[in-house]
Write a protein that binds this ligand. Structure first.
Ligand code: VW0
Length: 401
């Protein structure tokens, strides 16, 4: 037997596996590295977060990725080079972090790497009948396996697409396994660059469970903060938006897109929610001179209202009332006091942070990929009863030699 297959076979039988989850979101802020100790699988999965670190992306890395990110026309060679380079960089970041933690690589069983999304194109976006849903994450897993010496699972989203999904959101697999609770109506709401939520009703018959994107999270807010203020990368504590007034005309035009009328589950990215999207809404509203605070107040309201409307729609189509739900927040938007204030006004239910469930909310998405890798190597028996969630294990396996 190939010794790597033998090693994988041994790892699969370990009671507790040490798996490093890697996630770098579309906000391009950096690489989240979560060292997880995982036992069990499926709904019996137990995760302990042993270590967590975020390695910020340098301006150079951000600039190189932005040359291809979420764009239709790019320098093809640059994309090919980036695929290798991001793999190498992520491997180096893991090695440096293990050194910092004083943990030898031989003590790590697996790495689960999300990679860097460069284009997310569900059918809704590309609109070409003969082509399926499509999404592409780069940063090849072979580089990570070879450079760290650790068996690496990567490219998780393709199996989801192959099984009929849009390749996202994958959050439901972690949310259902770790946070689904009989007797409690929960919504796990992640407000990252793009916002998504997992719907976990209390009878936890998994045919009712689903996950969906709601639209923009922080991405448009961050984009325009950077446009107006060279020294800022986000609206810290909503300080700028709080000084502005929501422009109702602009808000109506921002919400006027077929994405918001589409049923669940649905996914989207910065391919739609970008500067042109806002410029079109501004011109439809005949606004040539909106102030930065008014624009940011309106964009912040756009995020809050589209999240709230999607959640209300999900609940109205069930036998529950919104008052029966607990919402658990994660992602950068959970730290935006204006988004949270407006969500509380629009959604009369109770609010918590996913930290209240014992999971560091910053690490939540990196942990998800560790859980998915655990499922591929040591689980795979669990089936969702819902056509909305493909029951597949995900990730391709790379060996170090
Ligand atoms: C296609 C794609 O890459 N989707 C991600 C989305 O992935 C999560 C893990 C999911 O699939 O459930 C993430 O939540 C969001 C957060 O953004 P960040 O705040 O981390 O930048 O970014 C992107 O939409």
């Amino acid at each position: 037997m190939n010794k790597n297959i033998e090693a994988l076979y041994q790892i699969a039988q370990k009671e507790t596996k040490r798996i490093i989850g890697l996630m770098s979101g579309t906000s391009l802020d950096g690489l989240d590295i979560a060292l997880c100790e995982i036992s069990g699988s499926g709904v019996n999965t137990n995760v302990k977060l042993a270590q967590f670190e975020t390695i910020s992306y340098s301006e150079e890395i951000k600039t190189e990725i932005r040359k291809v990110f979420a764009q239709k026309n790019i320098d093809f060679q640059h994309l090919v080079l980036l695929n290798e380079w991001i793999g190498l960089l992520h491997a180096e970041m893991v090695n440096e972090t293990l050194e910092k933690w004083n943990i030898p690589s031989s003590e790590i069983d697996l790495i689960a790497s999300h990679g860097q999304t460069v284009l997310h194109a569900p059918k809704f976006l590309h609109q070409q009948e003969k082509f399926p849903n499509a999404t592409l994450q780069i940063g090849d897993g072979d580089h990570i396996a070879v450079k760290t010496g650790i068996i690496t699972l990567s490219d998780f989203r393709q199996k989801h697409v192959a099984a009929g999904g849009e390749g996202a959101p994958l959050a439901v697999y972690g949310d259902y396994f770790l946070f689904g609770k009989e007797g409690e109506n929960r919504i796990m709401l992640n407000i990252g660059g793009i916002a998504n939520f997992t719907y976990l009703p209390s009878d936890i018959k998994n045919e009712d469970t689903f996950v969906t994107d709601t639209g923009t999270g922080n991405t448009l807010i961050d984009l325009f903060v950077k446009n107006y203020f060279f020294d800022k990368s986000y609206d810290k504590d909503a300080e700028i938006a709080k000084q502005g007034t929501v422009n109702q005309d602009l808000l109506v035009n921002l919400k006027d897109n077929a994405f918001f009328k589409k049923g669940f589950p649905k996914t989207i990215g910065q391919e739609l929610f970008n500067a042109e999207y806002v410029e079109l809404a501004l011109s439809k509203s005949n606004l040539t001179n909106i102030t930065a605070p008014d624009l940011l107040a309106t964009l912040t309201r756009f995020t809050a209202e589209t999240i709230a409307e999607a959640i209300l729609f999900a609940v109205e189509n069930s036998s529950y009332k919104i008052e029966d739900f607990k919402i658990y927040l994660s992602g950068g938007g959970a730290n935006n006091p204006l988004i949270v204030k407006w969500l509380k006004e629009l959604l009369p239910c109770s609010f918590f942070k996913s930290n209240d469930l014992g999971i560091n909310s910053d690490a939540k998405e990196a942990i998800l990929f560790a859980v998915l890798a655990n499922e591929t190597v040591a689980g795979g028996d669990f089936k969702f009863n819902s056509v909305k969630i493909p029951s597949v294990t995900m990730g391709k396996i790379s060996f170090p030699d």
